[in-house]
Design a protein around this ligand. Structure first.
Ligand SMILES: [Mn+2]
Length: 447
């Protein structure tokens, strides 16, 4: 196991792979070159304040450079990729800087001091050049043959699904950073802090500012744990503390980690439910290998969840019936996991064939983002959950599931909100590597 501290030495190999993958795609669609924009700083309505930059993930796949708006990557097969690096003449802000890093050697870098000058720094644009990026003012003047053509994008998305060793290094580093944040947050929870303060502890722990997170962190105490994407961050310390659910990740060169842990304030029934979910989640992780149909694993999860709910006396019916009737979905309404990469819900999860139809999730499970058969190089999240969601419980109470639920038990556990345990897994040749468990292990053993 290695823990990279700087930009990975295998970036040049990654870039070679990207070039090898993209070249035939451009040929197939009749493009002689491809230009990718890094992203633009967007201003708020009637204001001179900008939103944080979210870089174009296609740009980051080629260039490990975040926080650099209005840069252009130009790839012409057979030539060294051109990076038009924009470092604005600006005394209000610190202009973007190129790092002194080995990866810069992989590009023909042309530095410009205004977004307008970027166009003239590119190699000439022919009538066959495709553009990928968020459209910006003046884009029409470049003369691209097509802007974000759908077929090309689908092909490029498919190429991002199987991660290169460099990308896995980045994801490994993102997991390690995220785990640092999680340990700091766990300590803050046991210290009795508010959601807000726990969130601050997470940021401090991974040394990231909020806008650098791959997604808005979820830090929930008590019944707030039942809101799947809870976002409030209560400043007050609650009168009673039952539980914490934290779903928060970090990033390295734009590659995300996506980690969830749930804690009970004390032992007892909720802790025993967490233990049950932990065992369930670990048994699912152990099943991950090439050839596994993620839709089937999602349905297996519901079967295992049914058994746990029965064992914990939350429902009384037979497990098959609990799955088929949709009873388990009252407690677990979301999908088992998703692809992970430059986007936290990474592209290509339902598209095994860029020219074919997407693979739908199983009936009754509309939120499953990944519906494919696993292959080596896929990186997935494994995140089963069990929640006490008011809206779904109220519907269940008056509907067909009303008699199958042990309402006294549900009522007793409702103040704890719910449980989610989420790890990030790399599918390997014959199994998987658990980036999250490895990261916590490294930190706990003090290595
Ligand atoms: Mn996730």
């Amino acid at each position: 196991m290695n823990t990279p501290v700087g930009p990975s030495p295998s970036f040049s190999t990654h870039l070679e792979t990207v070039v090898q993958r993209v070249t035939p795609i451009l040929e197939a669609y009749g493009h002689d070159s491809l230009v990718i924009h890094s992203g633009t700083q967007r201003l708020a309505f009637l204001d001179d304040q900008s939103f944080p930059l979210r870089s174009n993930p296609h740009f980051l796949w080629w260039v490990p450079l975040r926080d650099a708006p209005d840069c252009l990557l130009q790839f012409t097969p057979g030539r060294k990729p051109v990076l038009v690096f924009h470092s604005a003449d600006d005394f209000w802000h610190k202009p973007a800087q190129l790092p002194d890093a080995a990866w810069t050697q992989c590009f023909d870098i042309r530095t410009v001091n205004s977004a307008g000058a970027a166009r003239t720094a590119l190699d000439p644009i022919s009538g066959l050049t495709a553009f990928v990026g968020e459209p910006f003012e003046g884009l029409d003047d470049f003369g691209f043959s097509s802007v974000n053509p759908q077929q090309l994008l689908r092909r490029l998305h498919e190429q991002r699904v199987r991660k290169t060793p460099y990308e896995i290094d980045c994801l490994r580093a993102a997991s390690l950073l995220g785990a640092r944040g999680h340990l700091a947050a766990e300590a803050a929870f046991h210290h009795g802090d508010s959601e807000f303060a726990i969130h601050q502890a997470f940021l401090d722990g991974c040394m990231l500012r909020e806008q650098e997170l791959p997604y808005q962190a979820i830090v929930a105490l008590n019944d707030n744990c039942a809101t799947l994407h809870y976002q409030q961050l209560e400043r007050r310390v609650p009168a009673e503390r039952h539980s914490m659910l934290i779903d928060a990740g970090a990033q390295r060169h734009g590659y995300a980690s996506d980690i969830t842990r749930t804690y009970a304030a004390a032992g007892g029934d909720f802790q025993s439910l967490i233990d049950g979910m932990e065992a369930l989640q670990q048994s699912l992780c152990a099943a991950v290998r090439p050839g596994i149909d993620w839709r089937e694993l999602h349905l297996t999860t519901h079967q295992l969840l049914a058994e746990l709910l029965i064992e914990q006396q939350l429902i009384h019916t037979d497990p098959e019936q609990a799955v088929h009737s949709g009873l388990t979905s009252v407690f677990l309404p979301h999908g088992l996991g998703h692809l992970l990469g430059l986007q936290v819900h990474d592209v290509g999860g339902r598209l095994p064939d860029p020219d074919g139809p997407q693979l739908d999730p199983p009936a009754g499970h509309p939120y499953l983002r990944l519906t494919r058969i696993l292959e080596p190089g896929f990186v997935v999240t494994m995140e089963p959950g069990l929640y006490f969601i008011d809206m779904l419980l109220e519907k269940a109470m008056t509907g067909q599931h009303g008699n199958a639920i042990n309402w006294r038990r549900v009522q007793a556990l409702r103040p704890c909100g719910g449980i989610r345990i989420e790890d990030n897994l790399v599918v390997t040749a014959n199994g998987c590597e658990n980036l999250t468990r490895d990261a916590f292990q490294i930190l706990k053993s003090g290595r």
